[in-house]
Design a binder for this molecule. Structure first.
Ligand code: SF4
Length: 190
């Protein structure tokens, strides 16, 4: 399996772009998709791309960076403390800190921690633009850290919105060219 991670960035500290009017990261990943598709003899998975295919078909994806399924993982640090998504450390000091330890707390209690609850609110917790986006079932509003701004918290579209839109549409167009009868966005899987 090969995984590609978009560089961490927030609305306050956005990712570098040579040309802000072009979805550079989405274009780059669409070239990865073409290369992946052109080599069927290579059996490896490219997780981000395979998840977009799966979510487009109404199947749950495997990563929390895409889709609307609530995340099911937390991080246990080597000193026994339990934290939320560790990549939230790229957002602001203490963003991943829950203040609880491994002993005396069940994982069910951890998953109900107030700082994690907004992750379970899936669509309702997203920015207005994402809630009405036809690609939201696949995109999910983007990865949590990439939505952050100091002014609006996580209620923003991803800083990679145009890239995700480009990549998802590119893959769905490709699937249609290969005979996939795509359901309407948001429609339940057959
Ligand atoms: S493509 Fe953009 S607007 Fe649509 S769900 Fe993703 S981040 Fe939100």
């Amino acid at each position: 399996m090969i995984d590609f991670n978009l560089p961490h960035g927030t609305h306050d500290d956005p990712p570098h772009r040579d040309n802000p009017s072009v979805p550079e990261y989405g274009l780059w990943m669409s070239r990865v998709y073409d290369a992946w598709l052109a080599q069927p003899e290579y059996q490896h998975t490219v997780r981000m791309l395979e998840d977009i295919v799966a979510l487009s078909a109404g199947v749950r994806g495997s990563v929390e960076t895409l889709g609307l399924a609530p995340p099911t993982s937390v991080v246990i640090e080597s000193n026994g403390t339990i934290e939320g998504v560790d990549t939230l450390r790229s957002v602001e000091e203490g963003a991943s800190w829950l203040g609880i330890g491994l002993f005396g707390t069940s994982f069910d209690e951890v998953m109900r921690h107030p700082k994690l609850l907004h992750r379970y609110d899936s669509k309702a917790a997203l920015a207005e633009k994402c809630q009405s986006c036809p690609l939201v079932e696949v995109c999910g509003g983007g990865y949590l850290p990439h939505r952050f701004s100091a002014g609006r918290g996580y209620r923003n579209p991803s800083v990679y919105c145009t890239d995700l839109e480009h990549l998802i549409r590119y893959i769905q167009d490709s699937l249609r060219q290969h005979g996939w009868d795509a359901p309407a966005p948001g429609a339940p899987s057959p």
